[in-house]
Design a protein around this ligand. Structure first.
Ligand SMILES: [Fe+2]
Length: 187
């Protein structure tokens, strides 16, 4: 490989693409969609039920190729998506994290849910000051921990944060639109 090729610096370890895996967690995705579409319940209730559904996922049985092959990096696998190129809709992303992976500071579409299936992560939250992200809080996220966020309005600058992997593992997250559209504030 040409080492002068743009975008292939040794300092850009984080994979940016998502892989689609058909046939993985199909029943779970179908159940998540049913709960997400239950508009008679509030978000708190819906995400509580989704988290309970995630309790039954056996991450030890995930195929080995879903693991990230690159050190200090992570691999994103989309298990289902409702959005289209023109319309927003939820997607579920399974991620495998390698030790010391640090994501860029990034935002998300308005609604999201994070759940650590295994591993340990440090999440740093930011607020924008004149468009520049400033750290406001660190949280540790352990296996089984989960949370959700419902932002006001549209856009892809909600819940601005970065994640560092402290112990390798799997996370399973839901986003109210294509997570790749989230704004990145750092490389
Ligand atoms: Fe994120």
């Amino acid at each position: 490989m040409n080492s002068n090729e743009p975008g292939h610096s040794a300092k850009t370890p984080v994979a940016r693409e998502s892989f689609r895996e058909d046939g993985l967690l199909d029943q779970e995705w179908s159940d998540f969609c049913e709960i997400l579409n239950d508009h008679s319940s509030d978000w708190s209730n819906r995400f509580e039920r989704i988290s309970k559904r995630m309790d039954h996922i056996d991450y030890d049985r995930f195929p080995a190729h879903l693991k990230c092959p690159v050190v200090q990096c992570y691999r994103r696998t989309v298990i289902g998506a409702q959005h289209t190129p023109t319309e927003p809709g939820f997607e579920a992303v399974l991620a495998h994290w390698r030790l010391q992976c640090v994501t860029p500071i990034h935002g998300h579409p308005p609604v999201l849910m994070y759940r650590a299936l295994s591993g340990l992560y440090r999440m740093t939250m930011y607020r924008l000051n004149n468009g520049i992200p400033e750290p406001v809080e660190d949280r540790m996220i352990r296996a089984g921990d989960w949370f959700y966020h419902v932002g006001e309005g549209d856009g892809y600058d909600h819940f601005i944060h970065s994640i560092e992997c402290i112990e390798e593992g799997w996370t399973l997250n839901l986003y109210s639109d294509d997570a790749q559209k989230g704004i990145k504030y750092t490389a």
